[in-house]
Design a protein around this ligand. Structure first.
Ligand code: NAP
Length: 423
């Protein structure tokens, strides 16, 4: 049996290496940080002290690394792959990286008479453990055929797609769909939950209807059980979507859904969920709807209404603690023939509502005036434009309902965080 080297024993690499060992292959493993090799050593793996040692021991070397930078580092570092390769070896990279990186390594290795296949996978941690991954392979077809049995030891579907880089192209197109699909599940679940529908019942309906998908299988109950343990992290999902964005730019191909998916996973990252499973982005939606998607939500909207525990945001609204944040306002009023006049006044931010802000000022304003709101410097917020939609006259000041539209979601999150910090 071929002697295998395995470099990168993360969420995916470790179970893949374990499967090769279970199928009887002699495997030498290497991981940058220690601790991840222990279980594999118990299964019979040799543990190499350096990347170069793992390469010298092996005929075929698998790499399963986070991203382009990690892969290039493992190839080019002082004791890296290129320092130790010998003619006749084959390197199979299963990381998700840019097709240009796959082609670059193919060419660099060809100079050493070493073969290279880009062979990224689909199927998350459970498929890596079960040996049911799908491989999409680019490179020489002959080399692919020579190593077919290795792919079958790790996966249940293996497809040769074409010259070097083809596997990576297919993987990025595929993961664009994964990201969008996962978000569509989160959006559907949010709507159903907000309506008081039991999310488990909703998932049952989805899986037997037109919206059924692998993502619903993989992430649906994970969300309902609030298990955000990592199978495929927010950070890696975002990495793939950004690589796919690069491709759409190269191809001059508009991809509006990909663009939105990038924004949502960036929000997840900004909220600190980078290392958690991509399903944790549901918590952005939960914040917007003021409710958790959790197991055993009461089954009817009426009961849900009575039993609902108020979320932080709902409680805030119920208590209506008035704020006192000083603002500068630039007020604009449309004049005839499309021109408008403006002036600067002082105001106070009193509260945040679903659709806008409540501000007060001693200065009289009229409905439909536009107001550019300048927050204190400490808020680190851009100026925000609103329209006066409601006016209440008090004893010595006016209260204005100011509708915000077109506010980018990440600005809204920052605004909410700022207001929360000032209560
Ligand atoms: P992971 O758990 O983060 O593991 C990444 C591995 O890369 C670890 O072994 C890490 O070593 C190593 N690494 C990172 N930077 C390195 C460097 N500079 N030098 C040496 N080693 C380095 O990631 P994963 O979930 O296994 O994913 C691996 C690849 O497969 C990614 O490209 C991902 O997009 C792709 N993929 C993932 C899934 C999934 O569901 N997870 C599915 C399909 C494809 P340390 O242990 O020292 O950090």
């Amino acid at each position: 049996m071929k002697r295998i080297g395995f470099i990168g024993l993360g969420t995916m690499g470790k179970p893949m290496a374990a499967n090769l060992l279970r199928k009887g292959y002699p495997v030498t493993v290497y991981n940058r940080s220690s601790g991840k090799t222990d279980e594999l050593a118990e299964l019979g793996a040799e543990v190499a002290g350096t990347i170069a040692d793992a390469v010298r021991e092996s005929e075929v070397i698998f790499t399963m690394l986070s991203d382009d930078a990690a892969l290039l580092d493992v190839f080019h570092s002082e004791h890296g792959i290129l320092s130790a390769v010998q003619p006749g070896q084959t390197i199979i990279d299963s990381s998700t990286v840019a097709p240009a990186t796959s082609r670059r390594l193919f060419e660099e290795l060809a100079n050493h008479f070493v073969d290279f296949l880009d062979a990224p996978v689909t199927g998350s941690k459970p498929a890596a453990e079960a040996g049911t991954l799908t491989f999409m392979v680019g490179g020489s077809e002959d080399v692919f055929r020579d190593h077919y049995e290795l792919f079958l030891a790790l996966g249940s579907k293996v497809l040769y797609l074409g010259p070097s880089g083809s596997g990576s192209y297919a993987k990025l197109a595929h993961n664009t769909m994964v990201g969008i699909n996962a978000l569509s599940l989160m959006e559907g679940l949010s709507i159903a939950t907000k309506a008081g529908i039991n999310p488990e019942h909703f998932l049952e309906i989805v899986q037997s209807g037109g919206a059924a998908s692998k993502q619903v299988d993989l992430k649906g109950m994970k969300i309902v059980n609030r298990d955000f343990s990592n199978q495929f992290s927010v950070k890696l999902m975002l990495k793939d979507l950004l690589l796919a964005t690069d491709l759409t730019k190269q191809f001059q191909l508009p991809a509006p859904m990909l663009h939105n998916a990038v924004t949502l996973f960036q929000m997840g990252l900004a909220k600190g969920f980078g290392e958690e499973d991509l399903s944790s982005v549901i918590r952005c939606y939960e914040e917007w709807m003021g409710r958790e998607v959790a197991k055993h939500t009461v089954p009817t909207p009426q009961i849900a209404e009575e039993a609902a525990v108020l979320s932080g945001r709902e409680r805030r609204r119920a208590e209506r603690v008035s704020l006192n944040i000083k603002l500068h306002l630039s007020v604009y009023q449309w004049e005839q023939e499309g021109s408008f006049s403006g002036q600067n006044i002082e105001g106070t931010l009193r509260d945040l509502s679903e659709s806008g802000l409540q501000i007060s000022s001693s200065f009289p304003l009229a409905k439909d005036m536009f107001v550019v709101i300048h927050f204190p410097q400490e808020a680190d917020l851009p100026p925000i434009t609103g329209r006066i939609v409601r006016i209440e006259a008090g004893q010595d000041e006016f209260r204005y309902g100011c509708m915000l539209s077109g506010l980018p979601p990440y600005v809204r999150i920052k605004l909410e965080q700022y207001i929360e910090s000032r209560r």
